[in-house]
Design a protein around this ligand. Structure first.
Ligand SMILES: [Zn+2]
Ligand SMILES: [Zn+2]
Length: 715
């Protein structure tokens, strides 16, 4: 049996694990990536597997980072069942449609700009219709019932207490006379969270895959959060202003309604008009009410006593935009709960615009505010912010209450883990890098069991309790010199066979090299200039003869400059190669204007001192350098191997001068410049690619040559 971690590995989003057992191929979750642009790019490209070959999907819950790419999976050929609880199915029908709508509108907005610039138009990852199409494949499951979903594969969903409908998944795989039990925690909730039950305790797992969102943190003031909420409400009432709460539509909004109702019933806050101003939150609340039987005891009792948190004369759900706008003319006395949770989109922005300048108003932040969002700027104490192009003074009180999280903190995760009688091996996923590794350390100490933090795309083979990384087993003899800094990757088609990241991307700030770090390609940029020339020649835009043979060695960017006058070579490479080949992470940058994800180059001066190349390379500093990632270069290689980007004959004739050794069917493109040394090598038949990217100069060739041998490439 084999598991490959295709998302939520050393990061929190994009949960997707591919499980292969016997003939069966099953996905656990198929989530969307959020966060850094380099990760988000994964939402656009091809899946690293063939969707038509997947037999089934097991879905833990409706959050988009777990379910968000299901419509894309179906659109690209997946026809099997999607197993999820009834609540998750109902929530997905609104969440995925909403996500499809967001994709469509985002692309529409971008395309307006692109068509003005004469650029190629984008297509959305999926549409609202694709989302509805995917819903037809959902199969409803109930908690606690064991179901055989494929021959020799059984599953059982258990309540995860995270959001309504969320599940822990127990999976039994029979191979021969052996049965392996794998437990996926999914996202685990807190004890005593409103509305949902407490997480179910599990006692046995040969393999446990556990989340670690808050693996190294403790939620402070969880008990005190209701008192804090009461204080904030009362202080706002006293000042006579409105209380604005940006909140996620699913989960957090309903938790707030519950908490406000409890405080009102206890007489701790006055009964005020509460407006839910988010169509998605309204729909999600309807789904909640339909499934009241899975609420926890307290919430069911409240409803039985006629004290539903969701239905009361003072709880209003706005429907139309006009209704929403009418709230803008009310200067005080309202509670407005509106999406998005980080205030960077949605109707909450209008309400902020009309209330932020009022000293009587309060903005209450109850969720995580990511860097760069409006919510975060307010939290950080901005005195003035821009909303819809207007600058707005911040006079309102900005309050934060932590403790509303739907994720278990370290204590709660350990508490859940301690109930196990048997664990063979633990995989820690769904957390930022530091969180995954920190929590793995804690589990090793506390439970004395073997713990692994899988890397993105890494696969593991299981034989009973014996677990081996297929990466380690084939590449364990790779010796990487200590001074080597960079990323290496071996792939066959879409499958990553091995990948490693070493050393620092930024010495000054101690930022590690990561799989999606951008590297300077140095002189390999001329290979890209060749590809651009070949494309233009194939389209008849330039004369093929005027370029000279590919085996000659002119400075290809100069040839491009001569044959395409009026545009810089890098503009031409961007529009003829990077864009049409879909290399969304690659771009030209000036060395003193690198984006955060780019590695700084380090070079050794004649005096033997290691310096950042931005100071060392004035000669090339005047021209932008081509930066790319291992991900993009693999994509480029596969595109060239497919023979659709350029005629197969053209590809071969460009690559022939790059042939490494006569007896290997392998081409090697090498790039160098002070502070950068890279190799892109590969065979065309099986789209096998070997990539070594370094932001230093030491040990690069040695690593590259070992990878050629270990991968058996070109033979
Ligand atoms: Zn979740
Ligand atoms: Zn999640």
């Amino acid at each position: 049996m084999r598991i490959q971690f295709l998302g939520a590995a050393e990061t929190t989003s994009g949960a997707c694990y591919l499980i292969q057992s016997g003939e069966s191929r099953v996905l656990l979750d198929c989530g969307m990536f959020h966060g850094p642009e380099e990760l988000k790019q994964r939402n656009y490209g091809d899946f690293p597997f063939n969707p038509a070959e997947i037999d089934a999907v097991i879905l833990t819950h409706a959050h988009i980072d777990h379910s968000g790419l299901l419509p894309k999976l179906v659109k690209h050929g997946f026809t099997g069942p999607i197993y999820a609880t009834s609540v998750t199915s109902d929530l997905c029908s609104i969440m995925l449609a909403d996500s499809g709508y967001i994709q469509e509108s985002e692309v529409e907005r971008k395309n307006r700009k692109r068509s003005r610039r004469g650029q190629e138009l984008l297509t959305p990852i999926y549409t609202v219709d694709d989302a509805y199409e995917a819903m037809k494949q959902f199969k409803r499951m109930v908690y606690d019932e064991e179901v055989e979903i494929l021959p020799s594969l059984r599953v059982r969903f258990r309540d995860a207490g995270h959001i309504l409908g969320a599940a822990i998944v127990e999976l039994w795989a029979d191979e021969g006379d052996k049965t392996t039990k794998i437990v996926f925690s999914g996202d685990l909730g807190n004890l005593d969270q409103p509305i949902v039950q407490d997480p179910t305790f599990i006692t046995e797992a040969d393999i446990l895959v556990i989340e670690s969102t808050y693996g190294t943190r403790t939620h402070e003031n969880r008990e005190g959060r209701l008192e804090r909420l009461a204080d904030v409400v009362n202080a706002t009432v006293e000042r006579g202003g409105n209380l604005l709460i940006p909140a996620f539509a699913l989960g957090r909004t309903q938790d707030l309604l519950y908490s406000l109702r409890v405080l009102q019933d206890e007489g701790k806050i006055p009964v005020q008009n509460i407006y839910i101003d988010s169509p998605l939150a309204t729909k999600a609340t309807e789904v909640f009410q339909k499934h009241a039987r899975v609420f926890d005891y307290e919430t069911r009792s409240m409803i039985a006593e006629g004290r539903s948190p969701f239905e009361a004369p003072h709880v209003h759900y706005t429907e139309t935009v006009q209704e929403s706008m009418r709230l803008n003319s009310v200067s005080g006395g309202l509670v407005i709960i509106s999406a998005s949770g980080m205030a960077d989109a949605g109707r909450i922005k209008h309400h902020l615009k009309h209330n932020l300048w009022r000293p009587q108003a309060t903005v209450l932040l109850v969720g995580y505010q990511a860097e760069g969002t409006l919510g975060r700027r307010l939290q950080d104490g901005a005195r003035e912010v821009r909303i819809h192009g207007d600058s707005v003074k911040v006079a309102a009180k900005i309050e934060t209450i932590t403790g509303f999280s739907a994720h278990a903190d370290q204590g709660a995760l350990l508490n859940w883990l301690r109930r196990f009688r048997h664990i063979g091996k633990v995989f820690v996923t769904h957390g930022e890098k530091a969180s995954c590794h920190g929590f793995a350390e804690v589990i090793r100490d506390e439970l004395k069991v073997p713990v692994v933090v899988p890397k993105l795309d890494e696969s593991f083979d299981f034989e009973g309790a014996k677990v081996t990384s297929t990466w380690d087993s084939h590449y364990q003899s790779l010796t990487v010199p200590e001074q080597f800094a960079g990323v290496v990757q071996v792939a066959k088609g879409a499958e990553i066979k091995f990948r490693g990241a070493y050393g620092l991307a930024q010495r000054r700030y101690k930022i590690d090299n990561r799989f999606y770090t951008l590297f300077n390609l140095g002189s390999a940029r001329h290979f890209f200039a060749q590809l651009a020339l070949a494309r233009l020649a194939e389209q008849g835009k330039i004369e093929a003869e005027s370029m000279g043979p590919w085996s000659s060695e002119p400075v290809w960017e100069d040839v491009l400059r001569k044959l395409v006058p009026g545009r810089s070579p890098w503009e031409v490479v961007a529009s003829e190669v990077l864009q049409p080949a879909g290399l969304g992470q690659s771009a030209f940058y000036y060395l003193d204007q690198l984006p955060a994800a780019a590695a700084a180059g380090y070079t050794t001066t004649q005096g033997g001192q290691l310096v950042e190349n931005v100071y060392a390379v004035l000669r090339e500093g005047f021209e932008p350098q081509l930066f790319s990632t291992a991900h993009d270069l693999r994509k480029l290689w596969n595109t060239l191997a497919e023979g659709e980007f350029l005629e197969p004959e053209t590809v071969k004739s460009i690559l022939n001068p790059y042939r490494a050794e006569q007896d290997l069917d392998l081409y090697t493109v090498e790039g160098q410049t002070p502070g950068a040394h890279v190799f892109l090598a590969g065979a065309l038949q099986e789209a096998c690619s070997i990539i070594v990217l370094s932001n230093g100069e030491a040990g690069v060739r040695a690593v590259f040559q070992q990878l050629i041998t270990l991968s058996g490439a070109g033979r």
